[in-house]
Design a protein around this ligand. Structure first.
Ligand code: ZN
Length: 341
């Protein structure tokens, strides 16, 4: 698999801010990356990037997807002291945001930097600086501008409903770890692009007519709700790691069941068998607090068999990490799925 390609595209994709609903920049980047690979993708009204690839056999339609939207924050209100109160976009682990750098973008595209902090920010002043629960109500954004009042902030052009981008802090270590706040789900976006490159390089076509979706609103539950009527849909999203789960940062997770219930038994079994027969490092797992784009497609009425695979991600929705091995195992399994009958 083309891991050099993954190392090349990952920093670009990871550093492009794309909280749910703010997908213009990442979609442009994706359309260009796909064009470079020789694919003509389209942008849907909802803001998903959609690609159709004609397969060798037209008797069945299959699909795969990954989501480009990440977690984020939004301005809830402007405080009297010139700081910002925030609301969440998706479900970030709020305590992990304490001390993170961020950017605020206004609707006329001005960008200001800032820091996400607890209201009891200084240990020299607040008795509860170390113990105050870090939740949405107790967090604020300190803007890096000379602002002392709400009026000062309004003069900057900042308004309620402006997006706040959380610093994605991305790096690939010499030991092969991919560290970033939002491996979920850009690690999978990289994996799909790697597989699409592999298909082109080998001059291979998918076994069946195939749709590929890069979805924008997965983190809020309805990303793939507008997909086409396909027969099978294997979404690629992060695997869970922790507690008694089998998932880890080196293998591909195949999810048997999440909060929405079990995935399609036969399709999941097919993926397990493909992994087994081809010596792909994999685990089968249960994701206890999790929903995916298959659930979104099913709830919107798409009559498909559905399954979920993806690289194991440590500390998900906190400070995430995976290893390139997990991305590679995911790519191998997806490639086999797309090219086998
Ligand atoms: Zn995800």
């Amino acid at each position: 698999m083309k891991m050099e390609y993954i190392k090349e595209i990952a920093p670009k994709l990871f550093l492009c801010d794309s909280p749910t609903g703010f997908s213009k920049n990442i979609n442009e980047m994706l359309l260009n990356l796909l064009k470079d690979l020789g694919y003509q993708a389209k942008l849907t009204n909802k803001g998903n990037v959609k690609l159709f690839i004609e397969g060798k056999d037209h008797s069945k339609k299959i699909a795969t997807s990954a989501h480009v939207d990440t977690l984020g924050l939004m301005v809830r209100s402007i405080n009297g002291d010139g700081t910002l109160s925030v609301t969440n976009v998706g479900g970030p682990s709020i305590p992990t945001l304490d001390g993170e750098y961020c950017k605020i973008i206004t609707r006329d595209n001005k960008i200001y930097t800032g820091t996400i902090l607890c209201r009891s920010a200084s240990v020299h002043v607040y008795e509860d600086a170390k113990s105050k629960p870090r939740d949405l109500d107790s967090m604020l954004v300190r803007i890096d501008e000379k602002v002392h009042s709400k009026e000062d902030v309004v003069k900057l052009g900042i308004e309620n409903g402006d997006y706040i981008f959380i610093d994605p802090k991305t790096m690939i270590t010499p030991s092969g770890f991919l560290k970033s706040r939002f491996i979920d789900d850009k690690g999978s976006v990289c994996a799909i692009l790697g597989v699409l490159k592999e298909l082109k390089d080998k001059g291979e076509l998918p076994a069946y007519d195939t749709y590929v979706y890069f979805v924008n609103q997965e983190e809020v539950g309805h990303g793939a709700a507008t997909t086409d009527n396909v027969d099978e849909f294997v979404t690629v999203d992060m695997g869970c790691v922790g507690k008694d789960l089998a998932g880890n940062e080196y293998e591909v997770s195949i999810c048997a069941k999440d909060s929405g219930g079990p995935y399609s038994y036969e399709l999941t079994t097919k993926l397990v068998n493909l992994a087994k027969e081809n010596d792909i490092q994999y685990v089968v797992d249960i994701f206890p607090f999790y929903g995916s784009d298959i659930g979104a497609a099913w709830r919107s009425g798409v009559d498909c068999a559905g399954a979920l695979i993806g690289p194991g991600v440590h500390a998900s929705h906190g400070m995430e990490r995976t290893h390139l091995d997990a991305i590679e195992n995911t790519m191998k399994l997806l490639y086999l799925y797309l090219t086998s009958k």
